[in-house]
Write a protein that binds this ligand. Structure first.
Ligand code: GAR
Length: 203
């Protein structure tokens, strides 16, 4: 089977992207990264992608923090299409996905989120979990739709919140789990073990 072509979108340091790239390189995930895009020109994820010699794309920043203007998101969608992305992976992408991306890639976008959704959608989910005093949290990979962190769950990993956990220690533990979960989900989508909302190989 030919490798699944991935477009990656991230705003931050890119540790989830790195875990995925390493799993691909190790031959564990039958995929290839065709484009790494970011809305933050200084993001660590771009530095990592450059170091790997991958195609990168930086969005114009626009005038909102939480979303891209439609014409900017359209440029992003066009770039991902030109690169041949079949699955779009949100790996720490911190803006809301709107119509332009959903029109082109609806049913083919996944997101990794640092909580057990539907609990704690939105920003800094690990801090929300600590404040709420829950005994258990984790991470979720889900399909992306127009509702923020609201698409259907694909798979989750759970872990206990430990006495004495700080926001930092809890997020670090969640991230270790994320680095396992995201490559596993991409592997299972690539092999057909997980059902797609909209399979690119059937479009
Ligand atoms: C990850 O913990 C990811 O779950 C979170 O941002 C971090 C990115 O880290 N995403 C969200 O909160 C999205 N709602 P990374 O840049 O090291 O992969």
């Amino acid at each position: 089977m030919r490798p699944l072509r991935l477009g990656i979108l991230g705003s931050g340091k890119g540790s989830n992207f790195l875990a995925l790239a390493r799993a691909i390189q190790a031959g564990v995930v039958p995929a290839e990264v065709v484009c790494v895009a970011s809305d933050q020109s200084q993001a660590g994820i771009l530095e990592l992608a450059r170091g790997m010699g991958l195609r990168i794309f930086v969005c114009r920043s626009g005038s909102f923090q939480t979303k891209l203007e439609p014409e900017i998101e359209e440029e992003l969608a066009e770039e991902l299409s030109r690169a041949g992305a079949e699955l779009v992976v949100l790996a720490g992408y911190m803006r809301v996905v709107k119509a332009p991306l959903l029109r082109s890639f609806g049913g083919r976008i996944i997101n990794i989120h640092p909580s057990l959704l539907p609990a704690f959608p939105g920003l800094k989910a690990w801090e929300q979990a600590l404040r709420a005093g829950v005994k258990e949290t984790g991470c979720t990979v889900h399909w992306v739709n127009e509702v923020v962190d609201g698409g259907s769950t694909i798979r989750q990993l759970k872990m206990p919140v430990q006495p004495g956990d700080t926001a930092e220690s809890l997020h670090a533990r969640i991230q270790t789990a994320e680095h396992r979960l995201l490559p596993e989900v991409v592997r299972d989508l690539a092999s057909g073990k997980i059902a797609w909302e909209r399979d690119p190989r059937r479009i």
